[in-house]
Design a protein around this ligand. Sequence first.
Ligand SMILES: *Cc1c(COP(=O)(O)O)cnc(C)c1O
Length: 498
Amino acid sequence: MAEQQSISINPLDPEEFRAQAHQMVDFIADYYKQVETYPVLSQVQPGYLRACLPESAPYRPEPLDSILMDVRSCIMPGMTHWLSPSFFAFFPATVSTAAFLGEMLCTCFNSVGFTWLASPAATELEMVVMDWLARMLKLPKSFMFAGTGGGVIQNTTSESILVTLVAARDRAFNTIGIESLRKLVVYGSDQTHSTFTKTCKLAGIHPCNIRSIPTSFHTHFAVSHVLLRKVVEADVAAGLVPLYVCATAGTTSTAAVDPIEQIADVANEYGMWLHVDAAYGGSACICPEFRHYLNGIERADSLSLSPHKWLLSYLDCCCLWVKEPGSLVRALSTDPEYLRNGPSRSGSVVDYKDWQVGTGRRFKSLRLWLVLRSYGVASLQGHIRSDVRMARLFEGFVKSDRRFEVVAPRLFALVCFRVVPRRRRVGPGEADAMNRKLLEWVNSTGRVYMTHTVVGGVYVLRFAVGATLTEERHVVAAWNLIREGADSLLKNAHSLCT
Ligand SMILES: *Cc1c(COP(=O)(O)O)cnc(C)c1O
């Protein structure tokens, strides 16, 4: 029988761990050293990997060496290299030695810190780190454990929005009753991240009650509080109940910033929960010169920011601060017998399971703690400024070339731009097609990866600086490549039309 032939192993032999982990660290360090030599955007076809690997798992143990060989030959070709210094797509996913070491420690303990008692250090370090980061962002005490609020590390922005939305919903039920669910309305703009709609559905908000306020070139794609107020007033007049508004500091398409202060006026007046999604832009606010983008934050109910996007932390890490932790806990707390313990019952500790969707949670604050301690605030500010300086350089290139235009103001390290055919005969559809072609060509070279968006009905190229390994020379090389693409594209377009 198979059982009799089974092979016994020691899954965590410390000496074997030491040897193999050293080997893996060498592998990783070599990868980081060579990442520049790979095509940034993976060039494989769908389903490529199935053909590369066996149909079933191996019956007998395999050595690490042969697994790593397959990583090189099968996995690597299918990787889009987010760590490449020539990765300018989406928003960056930043990394650092300190965060990696923190990740190693986090994985080392494998603590499942659902309650304070499950690992007091895991809960308390998270509380300390969230207050540290709040101070770096000059958040008011009302968002800190040192004051009356507090912070928690979620996995993603989506979860931050979901838990605050559920807290706001249940708070509303207290006054208007659970039967009013159908009447609750939530507000964002057409630039709010798509996850907002998904989250609202998860929270039981009726799809017809999810408002998307239109934005335009005129307001640089920030939401107009005047328009927001109009929509809210119309809803109230129709007997609906405004519940939650999501403002964004650094939208996903163009990094636009919604006017938090004016939105807070509307939110406060109608008793709505105001959440500020600063997933990307928030990190910049540790620098005094960017902090004004969070002006008015003291009047919001919650704020989320993802250090994995710009603050040198590995995925996934989304920091959420709330003014009134009690509303989160009331909405999300559970009390099963098997988790009961003295400290929780005493009410003197934070049980983070009551601040999130799941029960189990990793000791992620170690990563942020190592980042903050290893680099200090000054270097983190320097890191943000260096990315912004490189983006400004790229913006200068775009502005100096008559064939291009910058489409939306550059507030952070994202440049939104496009080719503008100067000849009158080129219609808007044709211009979009040209930009699409240019993007496809640039990405097909494997030397640079950029992505696009559509705003105000216009196809736009996005150049997001911020991959940890990017240096000025990579930005210059990317621009030269884009220019090269534009040269041949415009030449061909010209010959096609004349
Ligand atoms: C990236 C981004 C998100 C999505 O974040 P997840 O953590 O992947 O859910 C949400 N909002 C903004 C503004 C973003 O830039």
